[in-house]
Write a protein that binds this ligand. Structure first.
Ligand code: GTP
Ligand code: MG
Length: 210
């Protein structure tokens, strides 16, 4: 849950990249880290990986602007997508303010995408949240593979599988090539800032001592 730190004059919020294992969450955050200026993003921290599999989480702090003279900081996290790490996913989701759901365009991952979204809904419910209440955007990653002989899902199929009932913003992307990564971040940041501004004006944002 976003909160104000009066001492530092900043608002802290949490964005989580969620989705099936090997979908490209870490690759998204790595692209941000490699291409953003150091004024906007801090150091990327990767806690526990094996090969390219996240076992705990990645973390990247971003400073993305100001509301009412307060700096807005977004702490970006990725969850481990592998089914067996659900306890870690729940831990990372705690206090979430926004979610990017990174789906994998690989056709063999069709069911894993659907299962991961069901898992997200269940874990949000435990936080008394839902896809309808938390800012969320979909990213359809690995779109570059559509130009190869590897079987992929079309954007229409991904929409039908994941977003039919939600009608949320969605972005075809290739985190590997850096395509669609910023568009995704821009949209989720916009939604998060809108939410934070409403809470701030209504006096519903928690403060910490300053
Ligand atoms: N072709 C292609 N490969 C990608 C893309 N994004 C990620 N990959 C590859 O997919 C593999 C998995 O990517 P990761 O970013 O580690 O996936 P993850 O979602 O963090 O996986 P977990 O940590 O296991 O949940 C890596 O080998 C990446 O290089 C993409 O847009 N296109
Ligand atoms: Mg990862």
């Amino acid at each position: 849950m976003a909160f104000i730190d009066m001492k530092k004059r900043e608002i802290q919020s949490k964005l989580v990249y969620y989705g099936p294992g090997r979908g490209g969450k870490t690759t998204n955050v790595l692209h941000l880290f490699k291409t953003m200026s150091r004024q906007v993003c801090g150091k990327m921290v990767t806690i526990d990986t094996r090969g390219d599999r996240t076992l705990f989480f990645d973390f990247l702090p971003l400073s993305i602007g100001k509301i009412m003279n307060l700096n807005i900081r977004i702490q970006v996290y990725t969850v481990p997508g592998q089914v067996l790490y659900n306890d870690t996913r729940k831990l990372v989701l705690r206090g979430v303010d926004g979610v990017v759901f990174v789906a994998d365009s690989l056709r063999i991952q069709q069911q894993q995408n659907i299962d991961s979204l069901i898992n997200l809904e269940a874990n949000l419910r435990e936080e008394k949240l839902s896809i309808r209440t938390v800012p969320l955007v979909f990213q359809y990653n690995k779109i570059d593979l559509a130009e190869t002989s590897i079987p992929t899902l079309t954007v229409e199929e991904l929409q039908n599988d994941l977003n039919k009932n939600h009608q949320l913003p969605y972005f075809p992307a290739s985190a590997l090539k850096g395509f669609g990564v910023y568009e995704t971040l821009r949209e989720i940041s916009k939604k998060m800032i809108k939410n934070i501004t409403i809470k701030l004006k209504d006096g519903h944002l928690q403060g910490i001592a300053g």
